[in-house]
Ligand binder design. Structure first.
Ligand code: MG
Length: 155
């Protein structure tokens, strides 16, 4: 078994929509990013790569490469899973937390699981997605951005 951890943060400020876990978050400003800026998937990719000691998201999907401009993060996750499977690993479980002040994303977690579980070839009881706020303080509390943290166990 191999454990991995991933963290990602993005600042709000683009005119595009916000995506989290591959799901459109309605009526919420998007983030500044080279890809679609999905912090949950980016942290997930870093956790998977970390568990397999395969570097980090930037080493595989450069944020200066035009190939990845505005790419859907779930496509990056699909490519990451190809690397993980090619080395003989599968996922035992994933735990994650997303921190943003608003909106409440708990109602979207089911939809995120429906996007992410098939890509990772796991059941919904192997993926935990939690949401929290920053209680009004700090970068998240000032609604300047959001972050996600993920831990994954490979077997
Ligand atoms: Mg990112």
């Amino acid at each position: 078994m191999r454990i991995g951890t991933g963290y990602d943060v993005h600042a709000f400020g683009s005119g595009r929509p916000l995506y989290l876990g591959g799901v459109l978050v309605p009526e919420t400003p998007g983030v500044v990013a080279h890809s679609d800026g999905d912090v949950l998937i980016h942290a997930l990719i870093d956790a998977l790569l970390g568990a397999a000691a395969l570097g980090d998201i930037g080493s595989h999907f450069s944020d200066t490469d035009p190939v990845f401009k505005d790419i859907e993060s779930r496509e990056l996750l699909t490519r990451t899973m190809d690397m993980i499977r090619a080395r003989g690993y599968s996922i035992d479980n994933v735990d994650s937390v997303v921190c943003l002040e608003q909106p409440r994303i708990a109602p979207l977690i089911g939809a995120m699981k429906k996007v992410l579980c098939p890509i990772m070839e796991i059941n919904e009881d192997q993926l935990s997605i939690k949401a929290t706020t920053s209680e009004g303080i700090g970068m998240v509390g000032r609604k300047e951005g959001l972050w996600a943290q993920v831990v994954v166990l490979l077997v």
